[in-house]
Design a protein around this ligand. Structure first.
Ligand SMILES: [Zn+2]
Length: 600
């Protein structure tokens, strides 16, 4: 491996489309001349990751990571500079001059690069076998499942023959380092005779393709009903997957992601199913935004992957008991990660024959409108609540426990208006008073460290207004954010926050803060304990983009204020009409029209 000449690197940098390269791994939206998305290098909920195609640079305002297309691939995919250059060159059609004079070239390349190369060769072998004379069992299997040729190509499906050495021979002929093939789980060492034998035999092979086109590993399903040639144990299992390796980390991969990526962005949702063949059937039926975890329970990393590709996840798991349990676990993960999620569940008993079936079966049966199921999928938190109610089967105390559990999740929803909708839904599902639910959501997860200990009490005592009544939660949230980020007071002031606060105590605190007072110290004096907690827990202290959050809150309050204003105008108009005051009514009508136009 020689050095790649500078002019070739420059050529790659110029030709590689940084938006397209980064867009393979996350969803980017256009923002003027630039593109924006959720930063893949730090956890965030509002996009602060910017890509400038003009400058060929990316920059994150949250974690300040920056660089060019090379930096991104190296940091995000953990590749070496050389591997990055090779991968990018291949993608944008730049030829890297071969410096193969050195016979150690192959050896010197990193293990990762070799592994990807071997996986690529194996994929070629499996695909050629499926298409060739020996591929009949695989083709029959696909025909039986109704998988068409388009899907066969799209997923690069292949067939591993019922032979002990076919792949091993193929790889040896191509002078592959067999130790690498062993690490990849493609072949295994023969215990006594020496040499190597194939691990995948008589199986339909699904390569796991990562965005960018590399093959990370394989998931292979037995084609016959029972293992042949005396296989037993895990090797004879219905499915076998690649073992963990530097290129195959199953908790961070999703089957179908490379194929679904574009569609997820366009359709603004990712559908999650349980099995590989569910994914393939879904794509064939037009739901090409579908992916699946690789034979294991969903992980937080996979959720994070999805979140960067699509603004919403729809869970479409099997309808059986195991599927329901898995759905609950996945929901828990999505809700904990504050990822918008819905659940496509068939109401039981619609058609008893189809109860408990997987998406693949439902699609092939054709009696269930899968499109409608997904479109009308229920909100995650609501579905989760019903799942818990179902599981509790009317146990004593169940409702209280469920409320406590669900309230903790609901509390993570940042938007106050959305939280109110959730409270209403939960109240209905649990058959409880809305106020009770709201209190539970407000109260949960707030038992935190008391920060008053190391802070002095305010010098001048302030008159306390209505100490017992909790302040409006949206306004408390805004002032609490300012308490954690006093430098934003100027922004708040410039946006007229004072006129947006309806609670007299919060207005007092806010104006005292503008004059240099500490909100943290003012809160316990002005507010009842319930509202003070919000301040003391410092919930906005670690916000990644507090200014953006502040502006969102201001927009929310302004919106609420406008709604109140419209209501008030309508109330006055009604009164004027009842009184028969034509002049006043006309005036108010004009004001209402004006309000609709300008929001004032
Ligand atoms: Zn970042």
């Amino acid at each position: 491996m020689g050095l790649i000449p500078d002019e070739v690197i420059a050529e790659i940098r110029m030709r590689a489309d940084i938006v397209a390269v980064i867009g393979q791994h996350m969803q980017l939206r256009r923002a003027g001349r630039n593109w924006k998305g959720l930063c893949p290098f730090h956890g965030e909920k509002t996009p602060s990751f910017n890509v400038s195609p003009d400058k060929g640079f990316f920059y994150c305002f949250g974690c300040h990571k920056k660089g060019d297309v090379f930096t991104f691939v190296m940091e995000y995919q953990g590749k070496s500079f050389h591997e990055t250059a090779e991968a990018l060159a291949a993608q944008c059609g730049v030829a890297i001059p071969e410096t193969q004079a050195n016979p150690d070239a192959m050896r010197a390349r990193s293990e990762r690069a070799q592994m990807l190369e071997v996986n690529k060769l194996a994929t070629q072998f499996f695909r050629e076998t499926l298409a060739g004379a020996g591929g009949a069992p695989g083709r029959d299997y696909l025909a039986k499942r109704g998988t068409n040729d388009t899907m066969r190509d799209r997923f690069q499906l292949g067939y591993a023959p019922a032979d002990w050495h076919a792949l091993a021979d193929f790889l040896k002929e191509r002078r592959v380092d067999m130790e690498v093939a062993v690490k990849l789980g493609l072949v295994a060492r023969q215990p006594r005779a020496g040499g190597f034998y194939d691990r995948f035999r008589d199986r339909l092979v699904c390569p796991v393709v990562v965005p960018g086109g590399e093959i990370a590993g394989f998931s292979a399903r037995l084609v016959g009903d029972s293992p042949k040639d005396g296989d037993s144990g895990p090797v004879g299992a219905k499915y076998i997957n690649s073992p963990e390796s530097p290129v195959y980390k199953k908790s961070r991969l999703l089957f179908g992601l490379a194929q679904a990526r574009e569609s997820m962005g366009a359709k603004k949702r990712g559908v999650l199913v349980e099995g590989n063949f569910d994914v393939i059937s879904m794509h064939q039926a037009g739901f090409d935004e579908t992916v699946a975890p690789l034979g294991t329970a969903l992980t937080a990393e996979q959720i994070e992957l999805l979140r960067r590709m699509a603004p919403e996840v729809v869970l479409f798991y099997d309808g059986d008991r195991a599927g329901r349990v898995a759905t609950r676990a996945a929901l828990d993960l999505c809700l904990s990660g504050d990822v918008p999620v819905r659940v496509a569940w068939r109401s039981r008993g619609d058609d008893a024959v189809l109860d408990g079936q997987d998406p693949d079966t439902l699609l092939r049966d054709g009696r269930v409108d899968v499109e409608a199921m997904i479109r009308t999928a229920r909100d995650g938190l609501e579905a989760y609540t019903y799942a818990l109610i179902d599981a509790a089967k009317g146990a004593v105390n169940a409702r209280a426990q469920i409320l406590e559990h669900v309230a903790k999740l609901a509390q993570r929803v940042a938007e106050p208006l959305k939280r109110d909708v959730i409270a209403a839904t939960l109240a209905m599902a649990l058959d409880l008073d809305q106020g009770v639910v709201r209190n539970a959501i407000r109260g949960s997860g707030r038992e935190s460290h008391d920060r008053t200990h190391d802070r002095p009490m305010p010098a001048e005592p302030v008159t306390v207004a209505d100490p017992g009544v909790a302040a409006p939660i949206e306004e408390v949230d805004l002032v609490a954010l300012l308490a954690d980020h006093p430098s934003l007071l100027a922004t708040a002031d410039a946006n007229g926050v004072f006129s947006l606060l309806t609670d007299a105590r919060l207005r007092d605190m806010y104006s005292a803060a503008l004059r240099g007072g500490s909100l943290m110290d003012l809160a316990p004096v002005h507010l009842p304990a319930a509202s003070t907690k919000t301040f003391l827990e410092g919930r906005y202290a670690s916000a990644t983009d507090p200014q953006r959050q502040l502006l969102d809150m201001i927009a929310g309050l302004r919106n609420a204020q406008q709604q109140r204003r419209a209501l008030e105008l309508r109330r006055q108009l009604g009164e004027a009409q009842r009184r028969g005051d034509q002049h006043q009514a006309r005036l108010l009508t004009e004001q209402l029209t004006e309000h609709h136009k300008t929001g004032r």
